[in-house]
Design a protein around this ligand. Structure first.
Ligand code: PFF
Length: 462
């Protein structure tokens, strides 16, 4: 046991916003958003998503960040301080990053592998059939990349909030923004046969309501909702931890809007980069590539671009590595901060122990595609490997349930004023106060429980 360790903090609003945006912007924006937009009627999905961002996203993000800043603690300590009987919610929340961390560095390793391929001029090979499958089913290569990604993450966390997380986000996030704008604009100007990027862009933004039924609309709504959680990194304790490092004079209202805009802006740009490119080279059928979009379809698109393919591919995967790394550090930071508070240990020792545990975990999950290959049936009717199981438990199962409980706690037990008072403590007015109250008390709990029932397959049975 040591004395209470000193807490770090972000230097100011910009440092905080970039770090939080760093957590929010990740593979969810670059791969999942475009894939869902293509699947769910283009503009229709975009409109629904935008409405959800300014209602649900705003409510959940405001709640998490404000809980963190007000209590100055991470999930376990923060929920205990709000109401000691609700400590279980803190513990439950803590387990989300604990589970996500087992596989996040594995995905980071896959992306790093592609970045290396493009930087070494091997982009053409990455476009060949079977490249991705043979990489992930190679036990040595896939584990080595996962371990490297994990170690880099741990080193950044070891350096602390300001010198590690903030300085890394300050460096990577602006570069990421420039690169995604470059790829998005480039995508508009490509053409192949009788198709061009502009037509692909129209396919992306035009709402496709042909044959829309209530059932289909509900499915799109639920897709957009689960994407929103994942994308904003809410209900997993990460934004509580980051909020706890925000100084008292920072305007939370403004910071939260900026994080929403950053995250949504990058998702929209990623769609603008990917959908027209896939449309031009593979037509509409190419859009249904699903999860393989990033590792299988995109390299083929880059290969069809000729000489520029390698440059655009390199830009895309450098950006993807930055996005994944800044998200990965936020996951490890949430775990580290909770452990430091619970066990009263210092950052260095905690990071060292967690670094070792998660290096081993990452290797085990990587081997899920080779040595430990198995087919696991999931409650939502799909079949997956170890990584899919971890992803399902944390994102589809735990997150809606945690959001449900946390909105009940805020809306009905500690009351919304608890949050509003903290937002206004820096002398600003809470702009969307009425909206926040209605959302947190009534709308969020109902929708969250529906999302939870849907992900467990129970909704279909009702
Ligand atoms: N928000 C990240 C994204 O959109 O890719 C994903 C993410 C980050 C999920 C951190 C979970 C997490 F703990």
């Amino acid at each position: 046991m040591e004395n209470k360790p000193k807490r770090g903090s972000f230097t100011g609003q910009l440092g905080f916003v970039l770090a939080a945006a760093g957590s929010a912007v990740g593979v969810g924006n670059l791969w999942r958003f475009p894939y869902l937009a293509a699947k769910d009627g283009g503009g229709l999905f975009i409109i629904i998503y935008l409405i959800l961002v300014v209602t649900f996203g705003f409510t959940l993000l405001t709640s998490d960040i404000t809980i963190g800043r007000k209590t100055g603690k991470s999930a376990i300590g923060a929920y205990t301080e709000m109401n000691p009987k609700w400590k279980f919610l803190g513990v439950l929340t803590f387990f989300v990053p604990v589970i996500i961390m087992t596989y996040y560095a594995v995905i980071g390793g896959w992306i790093a592998k592609y970045m290396v391929a493009y930087l070494t001029g091997e982009g053409g090979a990455a476009a060949k059939d079977g490249y991705f499958t043979s990489f992930i089913s190679d036990p040595v290569q896939s584990s080595v990349y996962a371990v490297i990604f994990m170690v880099v993450t741990a080193v950044i966390i070891y350096r602390g909030v300001e010198k590690g997380i903030e300085s890394c986000s300050r460096f990577m996030m602006p570069i990421l923004l420039v690169l995604i704008i470059f790829v998005a604009v480039y995508s508009l100007f490509i053409h192949h046969g009788d198709r061009n990027g502009l037509q692909g862009f129209m396919v992306y933004i035009t709402p496709d309501v042909k044959g829309l039924t209530v059932k289909k609309f509900m499915a799109v709504l639920l897709d957009a909702m689960s994407q929103l959680f994942f994308s904003l990194s809410v209900s997993m304790g990460i934004m509580i931890t980051y909020g706890s490092y925000v100084k008292k004079d920072v305007d939370l209202n403004k910071s939260i809007s900026q994080i929403e805009i950053f995250d949504t802006g990058v998702a929209l740009l990623a769609g603008m980069a990917i959908i027209p490119a896939i449309y031009v080279f593979s037509g509409l059928s190419g859009m249904n590539a699903g999860p393989g979009l990033m590792f299988i379809s995109l390299p083929k698109v880059f290969a069809s671009m000729g000489v520029f393919g390698n440059v655009v591919g390199a830009a895309f995967f450098i950006m993807a590595v930055f996005a994944t790394l800044t998200s990965c550090i936020s996951v490890l930071e949430a775990i580290t901060a909770n452990c430091m508070e619970v066990f009263h240990t210092d950052r260095h020792k905690t990071t060292l122990v967690l670094g070792i545990i998660y290096t081993i975990a990452s290797v085990i999950i990587s081997l899920g595609y080779s040595v430990f290959y198995c087919k696991i049936p999931l409650p939502n009717g799909t079949v997956g490997q170890l990584l899919d199981l971890m992803d399902y438990v944390s994102n589809s199962f735990m997150m809606p349930f945690i959001s449900f409980l946390s909105t009940i706690l805020i809306g009905w037990i500690v009351r919304p004023q608890w949050i509003i008072g903290e937002v206004e403590s820096s002398g600003v007015r809470f702009h969307r106060k009425q909206l926040y109250i209605i959302m947190v008390k009534f709308v969020c709990p109902v929708i969250m429980i529906m999302l939870f029932l849907q992900s467990t397959g129970l909704l279909a049975k009702l």
